[in-house]
Design a protein. Structure first.
Length: 368
């Protein structure tokens, strides 16, 4: 998928997006990997990234900063491209699949849960440790006071990943001693319950509101860049109790195909009734990549649209699977497309015949 942020001016304006009273999008876009290797670290779905970032900042970072003073953001948002590069080159990035709903803010987890992660340093904690304290005290304080999903502590500067999720796990792990899991899911926590684990820590300043989902518009891949940015940029912070609901679950990107499993892509146009393309190595690329189905319906794929005509349907399947995907453009849907399942056997029949009637393809959308 290509981002709706396609110019420097749009990126500059996007960076001004206010996520909470004290945090703006710009500080979360900084990436040493992207800077050093000449990559663009911008969301493919700006609106979804903003929504997830608002939850992270309002529910977790704001109360932390109010209580402990200024916090430093070391790493925030990573685009799928930047994260994949970091993972492949062993630059301390987990796989994209593990970072959906984490550092990759604009895509949900495999289970459809949205979330956002930032790696932060709390100078108050650095000073606390220099005075003989321990990072575990901060972990227990957060566990008792904040609606976090996961924490992961690192040895240097007591930095830690802090994750907000609409389906919180409430687990704490560490690469710093003692390594491993400190707090397992299901461990009780509320203000003061584990106070013996963080003696001398300050009381929480401010009120932490529970996450209350309300409806939020889904981002559309086909929105013009300026319009997409306008819909995603909010110059005022949303109050905690008015945070919006995550985009629909079917915005989850298709997962990568296993090595050696061929991906088939076909498109039906008003002129060319059965166009074959062999430039996709993964299902994700075929559906939501720069030359995939979603981009096709937006007129962004490098084909001769005058020659082939308006795109009507796209069909994608993977060798060895029992079901494939039939896709068409549909306003109001995530990414501007609607995807329905279709047996691979039928898709192969259509492919053997080099085509199928538009009426038959349309009928699959009325069955769901």
């Amino acid at each position: 998928m290509t981002s709706s942020i396609t110019s420097y001016a749009q990126l500059e304006e996007f960076g001004r997006t206010r996520l909470s009273p004290n945090f703006f999008m710009r500080e979360f876009l900084q990436s040493e990997i992207a800077t050093w290797h000449g990559m663009r670290n911008v969301p493919e779905n700006p609106e979804r990234a903003v929504w997830a970032g608002q939850q992270l900042c309002n529910h977790l970072l704001e109360p932390l900063q109010a209580t402990f003073g200024r916090i430093h953001v070391r790493s925030g948002y990573r685009s799928p491209e930047v994260n994949a590069f970091g993972n492949q080159h062993k630059l301390n990035c987990a796989s994209n699949e593990k970072n959906f709903g984490s550092h990759i803010w604009d895509y949900p987890t495999a289970e459809g849960h949205h979330g956002a992660t930032a790696c932060i340093v709390v100078p108050w904690l650095v000073d606390h440790i220099e005075r003989g304290g321990h990072w575990t005290a901060m972990a227990w304080w957060i566990h008792d006071h904040l609606p976090y999903s996961s924490l992961y502590f690192f040895p240097r500067l007591a930095a830690f990943n802090i994750n907000w999720s609409e389906a919180p796990v409430r687990r704490v792990d560490s690469y710093a001693a003692p390594k491993g899991c400190l707090i397992a899911p299901g461990t009780p926590g509320k203000p003061g319950l584990n106070a013996q684990s963080y003696p001398g820590f300050p009381e929480l300043l401010g009120k932490v509101m529970p996450f209350t989902p309300t409806k939020s518009p889904a981002a559309s891949l086909c929105a013009p860049p300026a319009a997409a940015l306008a819909s995603s940029i909010d110059s005022t912070a949303k109050p905690l109790h008015a945070t919006s609901a995550a985009p629909a679950a079917d915005s989850t990107p298709a997962r990568s195909s296993a090595a050696g499993e061929k991906v088939y892509y076909r498109a039906v146009h008003t002129i060319t009734k059965w166009r074959k393309a062999a430039n996709h190595s993964t299902l994700e690329s075929a559906i939501r990549g720069p030359n995939g189905a979603a981009a096709l319906f937006c007129g962004k794929v490098r084909i001769d649209y005058a020659k082939h005509g308006e795109p009507l349907f796209a069909l994608v399947w993977q060798e060895g699977s029992s079901t494939g995907s039939l896709i068409r453009a549909e306003a109001g849907q995530p990414d501007g497309i609607r995807v329905v399942s279709i047996p691979v056997g039928k898709l192969k029949e259509f492919d053997d015949l080099d085509g199928v009637s538009e009426r038959e393809l349309a009928s699959y959308f009325s069955r769901t």
